[in-house]
Design a protein around this ligand. Structure first.
Ligand code: 5GP
Ligand code: MN
Length: 341
């Protein structure tokens, strides 16, 4: 974060403004935690912020403070588009390319208000007047903490803001174990706990709050898993029929992909999930070590993300998509072996 960024931001915030704060489509804990943390912070500064999500956020995040104020573009497009046009400043958090907001991209692209980016994904687009983009961070929430401290307002961080920030750090770091978790991350978390964050209730709200159906769906995905020990690869699938059979609700597939890495010797895994309503196969990729799934997702599946966690999509059928993945993996094989060994 440069001095110019902080000075520019301080200037943009020097008088009360109407401010939209936008997470990516299908927002996760970091997207919702960071946008709501900033929302509470901006309210303290006398602004009128509103979090506008491109589509619905999962139920397991609905306890986040003031999540009930979040507007959902895909539920009420015309009205939310009109509200967006009234905003004087737009923050985009936890993504760096407008297409990550889905259909809302077309509304955002026409706005004349300045954009401010806070994000930790690879290769930011250039749409923002102020860009704080750094892939060294494990979460956007940690960056929001830095922005608040950078603006000289550390003492504005109360239990509510701390709770939002803690949630994104926790979820995006895989409960503090992914490689970008630093001593600084832990020092920030310690400070948040001292501010009253309930560090045993929040993980329970996030992870011990599922339905029997969603656990059965995880079981289905584990049964569907294919393992290629010779490549160090595993993958699994969930068809629309399997989602339907377990009364799928948004968020039910969160985290399933990670089980593919829990097998000894597996360093690259994927999950392919069929969404017939959107006519796409949504894909998540995860790796351990040097294999760059961001690049893999960009090269082959119209996606992106981070080196060890990325996503993508396919408009082919589930069977065709998986067959293509297997073909690509076989072609990659020598390369993969080199990168993971
Ligand atoms: P997930 O697999 O949990 O959906 O996403 C893993 C990471 O990749 C997240 O940081 C997410 O924001 C990013 N990501 C997921 N899908 C896409 C995509 O289609 N395009 C890009 N650029 N990033 C994605
Ligand atoms: Mn994130």
């Amino acid at each position: 974060m440069t001095n110019a960024y902080i000075q520019g931001l301080a200037q943009l915030l020097d008088a009360p403004k109407k401010i939209a704060i936008i997470p990516h489509r299908s927002p996760d804990g970091d997207a919702m935690g960071s946008t709501l943390a900033l929302y509470h912070f901006l309210r303290k500064g006398g602004h009128t912020p509103v979090v506008i999500a491109p589509n619905e956020f999962p139920e397991f995040l609905a306890w986040l403070p003031d999540s009930e104020t979040v507007l959902v573009y895909e539920k009420d497009k015309e009205n939310v588009a009109r509200i967006l046009q009234e905003q004087e400043l737009i923050f985009t958090l936890d993504f760096n390319a407008l297409h990550r907001t889905g259909e809302m991209e077309h509304v955002l692209a026409k706005l004349t208000a300045p954009f401010v980016m806070i994000d930790h994904h690879e290769r930011p687009d250039g749409y923002a007047q102020l860009t704080y983009s750094d892939t060294a961070f494990g979460s956007t929430c940690e960056m929001v903490y830095n922005v608040i401290v950078g603006l000289g307002k550390r003492d504005w961080i109360d239990k509510t803001i701390a709770t939002c920030i803690y949630t994104g750090i926790l979820t995006d770091s895989g409960s503090f174990k992914f490689p970008k978790t630093t001593g600084t991350t832990h020092r920030i978390v310690a400070e948040l706990i001292d501010l009253g964050v309930d560090n045993s209730e929040i993980p329970a709200l996030l992870y011990d709050n599922g339905s029997f159906d969603s656990l059965q769906l995880l079981g289905r995905a584990l049964q569907n898993m294919k393992v290629f020990p010779e490549f160090g690869i595993s993958y699994t699938t969930l068809s629309q029929a399997e989602l339907d059979a377990h009364h799928y609700a948004k968020g039910d597939t969160e985290g399933i992909v990670n089980y593919g890495l829990s097998i000894k010797g597996i360093t690259f895994t994927a999950i392919f999930i069929e969404h017939t309503d959107e006519k796409i196969i949504k894909i998540s990729f995860r790796s351990q070590g040097a294999f760059d799934v961001n690049q893999f997702a960009r090269d082959h599946f119209n996606g992106g993300g981070h080196i060890n966690a990325a996503g993508g999509k396919s408009t082919q059928t589930l069977a065709e998509t998986v067959a293509r993945f297997e073909r690509i993996v076989r072609e990659y094989h020598p390369n993969l072996q080199k990168q993971v060994s």
